[in-house]
Write a protein that binds this ligand. Structure first.
Ligand SMILES: [Zn+2]
Ligand SMILES: [Zn+2]
Length: 304
């Protein structure tokens, strides 16, 4: 199960209902934090996300509302005697920012590795998923992130293998791995006994951005696109000036990218009621909801 936990959903200024930007992707035991605005650690406590799990922090850009939670989070992790290493990814300047507060507050009690992103593409690759980035279009260097799981092998049908006279054991393994096997009676193809691969899941986070083609490509076919929608249509000019998107523009990106669901976040404090933003987006992309703090979206494995 992948869980998407919205920790902070405000744009720029926090409100009583909305904290500064942060989203946690919880995948098994592992936590991937997409931005870490002020108050993120408190929201992690409220959402029962521990401080000692394998954790990666992905910083979209160096604006305070996206990074000021990192000092507090690192301090609490130290107080809780975290030993596991922590990885932080972000734009150029991320290392200087972290060094600035650790040099005065004291370093964390565990290793922190910082990777500054220089170009679009894959930034992390494990056996089961990769993390990819595309350049966002904000008023400072900014990145959008995608979690992309690899396809899983298709379902194996032991009854069919038996029926075709393949003895259980090493030959089954080879068929499961996609290989065809030769028996005295002829060749048994893997595709006869194994279903086609099942798609992995994909979650994409825009960070602060105007609409961009790079983000649309990154989000292609995503299960969930988390897109900022700071403003409504009446402030489209302001969004363009400040390097943000309207709810409608977020929906247009979702439609172009052919995603399954759109969740809008980074909502300006002027919108106490998000119904306007949701309805402007739904005209273009019906499967849209506005995030709220501590909202959890579960993403089960896909079978097709
Ligand atoms: Zn912001
Ligand atoms: Zn910003």
């Amino acid at each position: 199960m992948v869980k998407v936990v919205f920790l902070g959903t405000s744009g720029s200024m926090p409100t009583p209902e909305r904290g500064s930007s942060a989203v946690a992707l919880v995948r098994g035991h592992e936590v991937i934090l997409l931005d870490c605005g002020e108050g993120t650690q408190r929201q992690m406590v409220a959402a029962h996300i521990g401080f000692s799990r394998p954790t990666r922090i992905l910083v979209s850009h160096l604006h305070g509302d996206h990074v000021l939670g990192i000092p507090g989070l690192l301090q609490s992790m130290t107080l809780q005697r975290r030993e596991a290493p922590l990885e932080v990814y972000g734009p150029v300047g991320t290392a200087a920012f972290i060094q600035a507060f650790t040099s005065t507050l004291g370093g964390p009690g565990f290793p922190v590795t910082i990777y500054e992103i220089r170009k679009p593409g894959v930034i992390y690759d494990s056996v089961v998923y990769s993390m990819e980035v595309a350049e966002a279009d904000h008023d400072v260097e900014a990145w959008s992130y995608a979690l992309v799981e690899y396809p899983r092998p298709g379902r194996f049908h032991p009854d069919r293998a038996r029926g075709l006279g393949v003895p259980e054991g090493v030959l089954w393994k080879r068929l499961q791995g996609g290989e065809d096997v030769e028996l005295s009676g002829g060749v048994v193809r893997s595709s006869e006994v194994v279903d086609p691969p099942r798609p992995g899941r994909k979650v994409v986070y825009s960070g602060d951005t105007r609409p961009t083609e790079g983000l649309v490509r990154l989000a292609e076919g995503a299960d969930i696109l988390i897109h900022e929608a700071t403003f409504g249509e009446e402030l489209a000019e302001r969004a363009e000036e400040d390097g943000h998107s309207t709810a409608r523009q977020a929906a247009e990106d979702a439609l172009k990218a052919g995603v399954r669901r759109l969740i809008i976040t980074h909502i300006s404090s002027r919108y106490q009621d998000v119904a306007q933003l949701e309805s402007e987006a739904r005209v273009v992309f019906p499967d849209t909801v506005a995030a709220r703090d501590l909202m959890v979206v579960e993403l089960p494995l896909r079978d097709s």
